[in-house]
Design a protein around this ligand. Structure first.
Ligand code: GDP
Length: 398
């Protein structure tokens, strides 16, 4: 948080020592990656090693880009040790000492002056809330753009393309029934050469940015390929960031029924640890299944907004404990006394119990599954937090 504003800090990793010429390609890639995803760049240099060729190379590039930028000189405990860095031509260097916490307040002040006015971008185009904010995710070439185009051409009255949160993101607004849905832009990734960890890093940060704006993620897989570790990580990330998740298997036109069955079996096996993720089939090139998939995504977004009355919530809590008591690590019982909903998108609940630290992970998982089944919340990440103490409303008689 920066004052009242939430910010996302992205560490691009250091650029190593070496001669300037040898380093330049790596510098370019790192700087491109940072510029691609950031609103503000903090260029950190080291007062103890002084001005290096690598610093000058990065400074050249940053100067040409003209992005909002802060030149921060770390390890600048010694008075005047930041002055050399004026030579970079990036304005006034800001001396700090990360280890001693010096200069942090000044850094926060300088940053807050540079923050974009509409950093969250949520209310930029309309005061009305979309029925769903949908992020279509998946590896390159699985058919994300084709699917989005199929959706956009389902309804000829595409209202507009609007600017999203990051500088180059373009979200699409699609009329849907009485309202509209927003397709959160997850594309637009620049090519960063063949340095795969940089690509992976940028893809991950872009995914997090998209998930924070979305409330449902459609994970697109290529029916001709299997599901790989990278897909699993992306799905986990979507759920960790609070998105409801559905899986769509694309390019069904290329599969026989037998091949689809085999694919589905492998898919369910890989996703066995992830509870209850709905799976749909689609052929993006012909649009077959695309409309149905959009309906399902809107429904999933609705499930993510799930809200439950306190009475019903607590009746479920009693029933879940009657079906299975909560054992603790030492074999005695944990009593779950009272639950209240603390949020939506995703649905979050606080459960008061006598010894929260003793509750087993397996029991927490059981509760989550029971809840998801009881209220038909497939694909929705449910957040339970277990706290000690009694029902805070008990004395009011509720
Ligand atoms: P993205 O990188 O995920 O956005 O993938 P694209 O939408 O660019 O698609 C990659 C390739 O897959 C293109 O050549 C598409 O024509 C092809 N493709 C996409 N969907 C389908 C489909 O349903 N069936 C077939 N056979 N090809 C598809």
């Amino acid at each position: 948080m920066l004052g009242a504003r939430p910010v996302m800090l992205v560490d691009t990793g250091g650029i190593g020592e070496g001669t300037h010429d040898l380093m330049q390609p790596a510098i370019d890639i790192q700087v491109d990656a940072a510029l691609d995803i950031a609103d503000i760049v903090i260029f950190a240099v080291d007062a103890q090693s002084g001005l290096t060729g690598a610093d000058a190379g990065i400074a050249d590039k940053l100067r040409r880009q003209g992005m909002p930028l802060l030149l921060v000189v770390n390890k600048a405990e010694r008075e005047g040790s930041a002055t050399d860095f004026y030579a970079l031509g990036l304005g006034e260097p800001l001396p700090v000492s990360a280890i001693h916490g010096q200069g942090m307040a000044e850094l926060a002040d300088a940053l807050s002056l540079l923050l974009p006015v509409q950093a969250d971008g949520r209310e930029m185009e309309t005061a009305e809330e979309p029925l769903a904010n949908i992020a279509v995710i998946g590896r390159p070439n699985v058919g994300k753009s084709t699917l989005i185009n199929a959706w956009l051409s389902c309804d000829r009255m595409v209202v507009s393309k609007i600017a999203g949160t990051t500088r180059d993101a373009i979200d699409s607004i699609l009329p849907y029934r009485q309202g509209f849905v927003r397709l959160v832009d997850t594309a637009g990734q620049r090519k960063h050469g063949r340095i795969s960890d940089v690509i992976e890093f940028v893809a991950r940060v872009k995914a997090v940015q998209a998930f924070r704006l979305a409330n449902v993620a459609v994970m697109l897989l290529d029916g001709g390929e299997g599901i790989v570790e990278q897909d699993m990580r992306l799905m986990q990330l979507a759920q960790d960031e609070g998105c409801a998740l559905i899986v769509a298997v694309n390019k069904l036109d290329l599969l026989t029924e037998q091949e689809w069955k085999y694919f589905a079996e492998r898919l369910h096996f890989r996703m066995r640890a992830m509870t209850d993720i709905p799976v749909f089939r689609v052929t993006a090139t012909t649009g077959k299944g695309a409309k149905q998939l959009l309906h399902e995504a809107v429904h999933a977004a609705g499930r993510n907004r799930f809200r439950l009355g306190t009475g019903e919530l607590n009746r479920w809590l009693v029933a879940a404990q009657q079906a299975h008591h909560a054992p603790s690590d030492d074999g005695s019982m944990v009593r779950l006394k009272y639950a209240s909903q603390t949020g939506t998108n995703p649905p979050a609940f606080k459960i008061f119990c006598n010894r929260p630290g003793k509750l087993k992970t397996t029991y927490k998982r059981y509760l989550e599954q029971s809840f998801r089944k009881s209220f038909d919340l497939s694909g929705v990440p449910i957040r339970f937090s277990f706290v000690g103490g009694t029902n805070p409303y008990a004395e009011k008689g509720s």
